[in-house]
Write a protein that binds this ligand. Sequence first.
Ligand SMILES: Nc1ncnc2c1ncn2[C@@H]1O[C@H](COP(=O)(O)OP(=O)(O)OP(=O)(O)O)[C@@H](O)[C@H]1O
Length: 241
Amino acid sequence: MSNQVLQLRKICMTYGSGATSVGALRDIDLDVSAGEFVAVMGPSGSGKSSLLTLAGGLDKATSGEIYVENTPLGALNINDLARLRRRAIGYVFQDFNLVPSLTAVENVALPRELDGVPFRKARRQAMDALRSVGIDKLADRFMDQISGGQRQRVAIARAIVGERRLILADEPTGALDTASGDGIMEVLRQRADAGCAVVLVTHEARHAGWADRVHFLKDGKIVDQAAQSYDPTVLLELPAN
Ligand SMILES: Nc1ncnc2c1ncn2[C@@H]1O[C@H](COP(=O)(O)OP(=O)(O)OP(=O)(O)O)[C@@H](O)[C@H]1O
């Protein structure tokens, strides 16, 4: 058994068919191990969200295989895939996907309860997650009673609640101001340092700077990789290949 939490092997993703088909990902290989924080950058339409969606088991690749903690997602039936997603994978969506009629703590506890965790334990874990993103005092507020930045923290708390080992975040800082954005990066960094594998999709070089590695996507292919000491802004100036 390796300590790889996420492995993508020869992943291709094509949307549609025939003349109108779009090749979103081409032959992607990517490994992310426990404790690693990886950023994915690239121009709009380069395939970043597609990569994250497939890694989270939310869609099926056209070809190739994805392993989460050595389990091939393609071999799982719908129920087992849903269970693996709830237990092992935390996903932060661009548009948060929070339930407005639930409070912050209820939103965060929901995936645990869906997974059969008793109410009190789910709530305790949700409070722990809210505390780790610094908003436990807002636990009983509804989504329209907190700011956009606070909602974003609720979404992050929901992604890290329990013992999720793979955190996938798609532009999680949205329209947040710089300080709030850095706060979110700090939380993701802490999760990686605590042993999670973290994959962040971002347009912002300053956020990619928190990662151990940066992969640059272009036209559905990984065209470069940089270690943390590398300035990711350089990648934005890559010539077209
Ligand atoms: N559901 C879909 N149906 C058809 N085409 C899609 C679908 N999702 C993505 N695509 C296409 O696949 C390509 C990659 O899209 P993707 O959203 O993964 O890129 P991205 O790098 O995340 O872009 P952005 O930075 O703008 O979010 C694009 O050409 C896009 O139009």
